[in-house]
Design a protein around this ligand. Structure first.
Ligand SMILES: C[S@@+](CC[C@H](N)C(=O)[O-])C[C@H]1O[C@@H](n2cnc3c(N)ncnc32)[C@H](O)[C@@H]1O
Length: 417
């Protein structure tokens, strides 16, 4: 990969490219980075590259010297042109990864008020911002882009695992790090890091990484899958009784093949220990057993072994109490019962706060989903927490199928990357 930086302050960029990790990579030929001085393409005695903005405002870079500077590095083919600008897309790791796959990246550093809009319209492929603040020039953002992209070029950073374990690479924040001495001002390095057990160290580090992500970056926390960190398992319960009917009366509902298939598949995908189906109606339980049996031991199991695995998560109960007693027996401790609802509910908690709690307490969560018009109060009352409704945020309409609600919830809690 080749990177060309077009700037009015070439010395700034050159000294950056000569130092530390990047300096070594350039010297070893692992990073092909060149700096182009815009003034080399200016005309007249004063080698003018900037002028006053039309209308109002201060100075800005002129289009022609920039276009010539760009042409000088475009001879081998059209490069991908980036203009760092506070008005651009925020820089994030996936974008850095995309940029690192370009054959030739050109970064145009603006200055003063920026660059002539006609140049950006004609030549720039992407405007990239470092954040919602304004710097005096594009050199620092260019350094940030070159630095972030270069780290992904094999051989630039000596130890590749330090790149893949860094924040954002796997969608999460990095784990805390410590160095010698093992005790500093009364603070010891966590014991697990000094005992030489590589597997235990790995588990510890990944867990801290998940905790940090949940705590500090709720916006990316959905990527912090927590299934591997639960010592017990997580359960999904689909309740057909007691639920509400249209008039708000206690009622039961019929199971549907589509829910059975889709929820079983979602449970298998997200590593759910068991999918607990609750219906007091013997005929309904029989029907569910027949459908599951077809896929787990009948002809379906040979026809589609994946579906066999999905249906192996299904367990059928006559009541909510019986299902919970079975989980208690299995886990040897009370599960953490999370009721879900599509309606506003006083005291309901955001999924992120529940996700943090599950991780902290390390107890098996049971996500209880209603059917019909939602879970009856008898179920809400025995729950340990109620989760705020899933909402698209537009006008409050959120009448999702139970299988959609299950999938969205599982992805928030257990989705991985
Ligand atoms: C003073 S700024 C121009 C700001 C511009 N007039 C505006 O308000 O959008 C000068 C140059 O610094 C760079 N720059 C400033 N802030 C930046 C940021 N947050 N991210 C990326 N580049 C930035 C750009 O190259 C820009 O052309």
């Amino acid at each position: 990969m080749k990177i060309s930086i077009v700037t009015a302050f070439p010395e700034l960029m050159r000294s950056y490219l000569a130092a530390s990790v990047l300096g070594r990579a350039v010297a070893a030929g692992k990073l092909d980075a060149g700096v182009i001085d815009i003034r080399d393409f200016a005309e007249g005695d004063y080698r003018q590259i900037d002028d006053y903005c039309y209308g109002s405002g201060g100075m800005m870079l002129m289009a022609e010297p920039l276009a010539k500077a760009l042409a000088s590095v475009s001879e081998g083919g059209k490069p991908y042109v980036v203009y760092p600008s506070p008005q651009g897309t925020h820089l994030y790791q996936e974008l850095v990864e995309d940029l690192s796959r370009k054959e030739h990246l050109v970064i145009i550093c603006g200055h003063y008020e920026g660059v002539d809009e006609r140049f950006t319209q004609k030549y720039v492929d992407m405007e990239i911002s470092l954040g919602d603040f304004v710097l005096t020039g594009g050199e620092m953002p260019a350094m940030a882009i070159v630095d972030a992209v270069s780290r992904l070029i094999p051989g630039v950073v000596g130890n590749n695992s330090s790149v893949t374990e860094d924040s954002f690479y796997s969608g999460m924040l990095d784990t805390p790090h410590y160095t010698r001495p093992a005790e500093w001002r009364g603070e010891r390095v966590p014991e697990v890091l000094t005992n030489g057990d590589a597997k235990a160290i790995d588990r510890w580090r990944r867990r801290r990484s998940v905790e940090r992500t949940l705590d500090r970056r709720p916006d990316i926390a959905a990527r912090a899958g927590i299934i591997p960190w639960l010592s017990g398992g997580a359960y999904v319960m689909e309740v057909h009784y007691p639920v509400l009917d249209k008039r708000g009366e206690k009622s039961s509902t019929a199971i549907t093949g589509m829910d059975l298939h889709d929820i079983a598949r979602a449970c298998r995908t997200y590593g759910i220990k068991k999918y607990l189906l609750v219906t007091p109606l013997a005929q309904q339980r029989e029907m569910a057993k027949r459908i599951a049996g077809h896929w787990t031991s009948g002809w379906g199991s040979e026809y589609n072994p994946d579906r066999k695995e999905a249906f192996s998560t299904l367990k059928i109960f006559a009541s909510v109490q019986k299902a919970l007693a079975w989980v208690l027996e299995k886990e040897k401790r009370e599960p953490f019962k999370i009721a879900t609802t599509a309606k506003r509910h006083a005291g309901a908690r955001h999924w992120l706060s529940l996700k943090r709690e599950i991780l902290k307490k390390d107890h098996s969560p049971v996500f209880m989903f209603g059917t019909g018009w939602g879970l009856h109060d008898e179920v809400m009352d025995i729950s340990d927490a109620v989760m705020t409704p899933i909402t698209g945020g537009c006008d409050g309409w959120n009448h999702l199928s139970v299988r959609s609600a299950v999938s969205i919830t599982l992805d928030r809690f257990f989705g991985w990357r």
